[in-house]
Design a protein. Structure first.
Length: 375
């Protein structure tokens, strides 16, 4: 069977893009096509028999269809497990979202404008709207520009993503428990303070120091610490239960692989990025590392940046407590393993609790290949 597909890079992620019309309608058959295309499940963890890249950032699929809810296009995100036959639709990928607008322009799903084209995207995983401002030229996406993002070599054109009303993507509330800080009893760690937040994706936010870490650890050091990864997974699943996403940690571990995600957070510190450069503490608001599908993300999921920027503006969160006293305003510069990410958010307190109207981030994207995948 041959299926039309496009490989796109969005931000620091890469994935296969399908038109929904080209995939089977029956859910099990659709998942089988997606798994075969990506080369999953692969017990060796390499996805050598497909187009996946054997990391959480490169084992992703986007399914695009005509828009509903006043959107130009609908976008379903699929996180494809590498070693298991699982297609997780539990949340969105903020980085891959950056490629949806360019795909829509090049595939003729929207009418391109002169200079830029606004693409209104309905993410069906979360029910949320993302507005992408896409550089265009001669009726197509224009990928060339001088905007650089850490974790990606070279430069590209700047794509603005505005996440509208991102709170409560899965739980219905920006703070699922109503509190900016909770205490979780985690096997191997004991009782630790966390912030549970749901903005574009649900996240469990944990302080480096509560894990006995300094914040200068590299992704490789974290990924090779099997005991630490096990404790972080316990914290993630305990957070899922407290957020109401699962009835038990066992259920969360078995059925919720992609969400909630977990991020380690601490005050600004000077550290070495993955390209060998030095990130100066004075240039950042926070020092963060996020995990996705049990692996340390080499950059930062955009949805992590959204949650962190929002949490930074909410009194009493573990994030707000880590900021420098002089770190004000709506924009936070988040230090992550590959460099920095700037995110603008202005949460505000209402009679019904904390909310945020819009969060803005900037990414690049590129169309890598178009053709047919054999499945």
């Amino acid at each position: 069977m041959l299926v039309n597909s496009v490989i796109m890079r969005g931000g620091t992620s890469r994935g296969l893009f399908f038109h929904e019309r080209d995939l089977p309608r029956e859910p099990a058959a659709r998942d089988e096509v997606i798994l075969r295309a990506m080369g999953s499940p692969d017990p060796h963890g390499r996805q050598i028999d497909g187009l996946g890249g054997a990391t959480s950032s490169t084992s992703k699929v986007a399914v695009i269809s005509p828009g509903t809810r006043g959107a130009d296009v609908d976008y379903e995100f699929c996180q494809v497990s590498i070693d298991a036959a699982v297609v997780d639709r539990g949340g969105n990928c903020g980085n891959l979202s950056a490629a949806v607008g360019p795909f829509a322009v090049d595939e003729g799903l929207v009418t391109p404008g002169a200079g830029t084209t606004r693409v209104r995207i309905h993410n069906t995983n979360t029910g949320k709207i993302i507005v992408a401002t896409v550089p265009t030229r001669d009726g197509r996406f224009d990928p060339t520009g001088d905007f650089a993002i850490p974790g990606i070599p070279g430069t590209g054109s700047r794509i603005q993503l505005d996440y509208l009303d991102p709170g409560g993507s899965r739980t219905g509330s920006l703070l699922p428990t109503g509190s900016p800080q909770e205490t979780l009893d985690v096997p191997g760690l004991g009782e630790i303070p966390v912030t549970l937040i749901d903005a574009a994706n649900p996240f469990v936010l944990v302080r480096w120091r509560d894990l006995g870490l300094t914040g200068r650890e590299t992704p490789d050091e974290l990924d090779t610490d099997v005991d630490l990864l096990a404790r972080l997974e316990h914290a993630r699943t305990a957070g899922a239960v407290r957020m109401g996403l699962a009835a038990s940690r066992e259920e969360a571990g078995a059925t919720l692989r992609a969400v909630p995600k977990l991020a380690l957070v601490g005050p600004p510190t000077t550290y070495q990025a993955t390209d060998g450069s030095t990130v100066d503490a004075a240039a950042t608001s926070l020092r963060v590392a996020a995990l996705s599908m049990g692996q340390v993300h080499r950059a930062l999921p955009v949805t992590a940046g959204i949650c962190l920027a929002v949490a930074a503006g909410v009194d009493g969160t573990v994030v707000a407590e880590q900021l420098r006293p002089d770190d004000g305003g709506s924009e936070r510069v988040i230090g992550h393993p590959s460099g920095t990410l700037a995110v603008a958010a202005e949460p505000h307190l209402t009679a019904n609790g904390w909310t945020v109207d819009r969060v803005s981030v900037f990414r690049t994207a590129r169309r890598l290949m178009a053709g047919q995948v054999h499945v």
